[in-house]
Ligand binder design. Structure first.
Ligand SMILES: NC(=O)C1=CN([C@@H]2O[C@H](COP(=O)(O)OP(=O)(O)OC[C@H]3O[C@@H](n4cnc5c(N)ncnc54)[C@H](OP(=O)(O)O)[C@@H]3O)[C@@H](O)[C@H]2O)C=CC1
Ligand SMILES: Nc1nc(O)c(N)c(N[C@@H]2O[C@H](COP(=O)(O)O)[C@@H](O)[C@H]2O)n1
Length: 292
């Protein structure tokens, strides 16, 4: 048997069951395109609502158990979406390295290892990375983590969503395409902001590409604009199907990247319903749906 990958995470099936009401339906491979994918907003924040200590700084909040939970969520969605700011700051992998174990003990053989490790089949449970990068700001290379993982067969090649006029160098496009990724052009300015994609357009494009579920991880601008309904007064309902937030027992202090969306029309509060709190190690995971 090949050895277990050193970065393998373990997530107990009993905890996965608690999340199930908030997750997209399990669906067959190659289902028909959908109008809008099931959309889960999920991230980790501190007690003062920071998702990073400072802008542009990769910051660990999740403990091992909640990190394994996030990697489990990655197996339960067709795609994982971040903004250019996160891609530049974090050099993320955006794959899953989790094994869902029927008990909390560790697997003993590689055959028992789940996705992203030595398990089979390696790619069917991996999410497609999606990066919103209208201006082509993320300077990825063959050494970027997400590209290396895709080249190693441990994740999918990313789809980079750019504005129609953005120039993507030939060499860079080839780097993407060699690992099964691609550049997707999407019109900006369909909502109030000329430089931004409308969220309805982003989700509609993903649905048309066969993505039936997407988890949106961040960062700050992505989360805040999504919670605000994407800046389009017509779109302020129904974008997000579930919210799963990890809360870490720490304060970062002022100056971090904070989740604090603009006020809604009329100033009313945005609230979750159907709430469930799941302690995971030293963190707590909050699941809910946006009340309408
Ligand atoms: N703790 C956690 O769970 C997470 C933490 N993070 C942290 O968040 C920080 C990054 O957050 P932040 O700087 O706010 O960056 P974001 O990742 O939110 O990216 C913002 C950028 O993405 C592009 N973008 C976002 N939304 C749209 C849209 N609707 N249309 C077009 N382009 C869009 C824009 O690029 P442009 O400006 O080029 O036009 C924008 O400036 C990092 O420090 C990272 O570590 C990130 C994810 C999760
Ligand atoms: N759930 C969660 N907890 C944290 O503590 C985090 N820092 C993040 N960040 C998100 O995960 C990405 C990095 O992880 P991988 O390299 O992809 O494994 C990062 O880019 C954020 O999207 N999330």
């Amino acid at each position: 048997m090949p050895p277990l990958p050193p970065d393998q995470l373990i997530f107990p099936a009993s905890q996965a069951a608690l999340l199930e009401p908030y997750l997209p339906p399990l669906h067959p491979q190659n289902a028909n395109p959908v109008n809008k994918p099931f959309t889960t907003l999920t991230y980790a924040h501190s007690l003062d609502a920071s998702i990073a200590t400072l802008p542009g700084v990769r910051t660990t909040l999740s403990g091992p158990q909640s990190k394994a939970m996030t990697h489990y969520l990655r197996t339960r969605h067709d795609a994982i979406l971040i903004g250019a700011g996160t891609a530049v700051a974090d050099d993320p992998g955006l794959n899953s390295r989790v094994y869902v174990h029927p008990t909390s003990s560790s697997p003993s053989t590689a055959a028992e290892v789940g996705v992203g490790g030595g398990g089979e089949p390696p790619l069917t449970s991996q999410p497609r990375p999606i990066i919103l990068d209208p201006r082509g700001r993320w300077e990825f290379t063959a050494e970027s983590k997400v590209i290396r993982l895709a080249a190693a067969g441990r994740g999918h090649g990313p789809w980079v969503v750019v504005a129609p006029g953005t120039v993507v160098e030939e060499g860079r496009r080839e780097v993407l395409e060699e690992v099964g990724g691609r550049v997707i052009r999407l019109a900006t300015g369909q909502n109030q902001d000329q430089d931004r994609f409308g969220w309805k357009d982003v989700l509609g494009m993903l649905g048309g590409e066969g993505i039936r579920s997407v988890m949106i991880e961040g960062g700050g601008e992505v989360i805040n604009s999504l919670l605000a309904g994407g800046g389009d007064e017509e779109e302020d309902e129904g974008l997000v199907d579930a919210v799963i937030v990890t809360i870490a027992p720490t304060w970062f202090g002022q100056g971090g990247v904070v989740v604090s969306p603009p006020k809604l029309k009329g100033g009313e509060a945005l609230r979750l319903r159907d709430v469930r709190w799941c302690p995971l190690g030293e963190d707590v995971v909050l699941c809910g749906r946006i009340a309408r």
